[in-house]
Design a protein around this ligand. Structure first.
Ligand SMILES: [Zn+2]
Length: 238
């Protein structure tokens, strides 16, 4: 026979036990679903504001190429790449800020800065009267642009496999203004027949065109840039 104290204690232990039995499956389920939501592994882009400028727009077409007589307008290609890049950034807990398509480059940079941007990518595509001219090139101005471009430009070259004309420092376009680390990219030529026809493929729903490769390359470059170790002069830490 149990005295009053023992009975109480037994009841108490039973209560704890049953609570444990109840909580255990809940704990197991939580452990199992945690990796599905990638909880605990913060994205390197988490909280970063990436200003994305789509070159030209409104009445300005930029370069115009042709695929079998169908015109391909640079401004449309710039917008397509920006749309995909923004989706990827936003999915990685960052904020892809679409810079207003103002007529002045200086005003576009001011718009990016007022959005609290950490970096700026100005997306352009090249043009030439030679319909087989095609290569990748990027432009920078300031020292912090060069560090940033060192992550973005090689990623584009590796994705598109076009001749690499490198990162040119000549005070061109949007990187001239403001103090944000920025890059102006000319990933390929819309006037190149292959480049123009590739964009028509993209518009027809082909899933592995230059547009998707370029957006992915820029995203990968951003992840590498924001993952870099800043205590060793900007060298990557992986
Ligand atoms: Zn352009």
């Amino acid at each position: 026979m149990l005295d009053a104290y023992t009975r109480l204690s037994t009841n108490h232990n039973f209560e704890i036990m049953s609570r444990k039995i109840f909580l255990m499956p809940l704990f197991a389920v939580t452990i199992l679903i945690l990796p599905l939501f990638n909880i605990g592994a913060a994205s390197p882009l988490s909280g970063k504001v990436i200003a994305i400028d789509a070159g030209h727009g409104n009445v300005e077409t930029g370069a115009v190429g042709y695929c079998g007589g169908i015109p391909v307008v640079e401004a449309d290609v710039n917008l397509a790449v920006r749309g995909l890049l923004k989706e990827k950034i936003d999915a990685a807990e960052g904020l892809g800020y679409e810079v207003a398509q103002l007529s002045s480059r200086n005003d576009r940079v001011a718009d990016a800065e007022s959005a609290g941007a950490d970096v700026l990518i100005s997306i352009h595509h090249n043009g030439s009267s030679n319909t087989s001219a095609d290569y990748s090139q990027s432009f920078v101005t300031q020292k912090n642009d060069k560090v940033f471009a060192g992550y973005i430009h090689p990623s584009i070259v590796n994705a598109l496999w076009l001749p690499d004309k490198g990162i040119k420092s000549d005070g061109y376009g949007m990187t001239v203004y403001g103090s944000l680390p920025g890059i102006l990219t000319e990933s390929y030529f819309v006037t190149d027949t292959d480049g123009a026809c590739d964009f028509i493929d993209y518009q027809n729903g082909v899933i592995n065109t230059r547009v998707q490769k370029e957006a992915q390359a820029m995203y990968d470059g951003l992840v590498a840039y924001f993952s870099r170790s800043t205590d060793g002069g900007g060298r990557p830490n992986r």
